[in-house]
Write a protein of this length. Structure first.
Length: 154
């Protein structure tokens, strides 16, 4: 069996992986995937590239940048389970973002409870109002006020 039979053309890799051919070429330049063999003027990749691309897609979905993914796959973090440090850091970042988003959701819920005819007329959005001071209020407090159902927290 020829080595060429174990290789997939770039278009087939793009189709199977869901990664555009242009992205595959970019990943090559960044060192995320090995350079494809040129056969007949077209790039061809070993089947193993599909596993690598799947890992890259999962890491991107989690929120890792391509530079971080490169470090996870190729750098010092690629060995001996050291990738876990970066993953734990990413987990802390995500937990922080989730807490911020919960606070924003609570604030939005509270503004939706406002019965003022115009949002700009709401006394709680005026300076000193608790909605205006939302950056000083802990998200659970805003959520508690929103769930209490009082449009102005009184």
């Amino acid at each position: 069996m020829k080595q060429e039979e174990n290789l997939l053309p770039i278009g087939e890799v793009a189709k199977r992986s869901g990664v555009a051919s242009s992205a595959l070429r970019y990943y090559e330049r960044c060192g995320l995937i090995n350079t494809g063999a040129k056969i007949g003027g077209r790039r061809h990749f070993p089947l193993a590239v599909l596993q690598r691309l799947s890992v890259i897609k999962v890491c991107q979905h989690i929120g890792f940048s391509l530079a971080e993914i490169s470090e996870l796959l190729n750098g010092s973090l690629a060995r001996n389970g050291a990738w876990r440090r970066l993953a734990m850091h990413k987990r802390r970042d995500l937990q922080s973002r989730i807490a911020q988003l919960k606070g924003l959701l609570a604030l939005l819920e509270q503004t939706l409870c406002c019965e003022c005819h115009a949002l700009g007329d709401c006394p709680q959005m005026a300076p000193g109002g608790y909605l205006a001071d939302c950056d000083k209020t802990e998200p659970p407090d805003l959520l508690k006020r929103a769930l209490e159902g009082s449009p102005h927290g009184v």
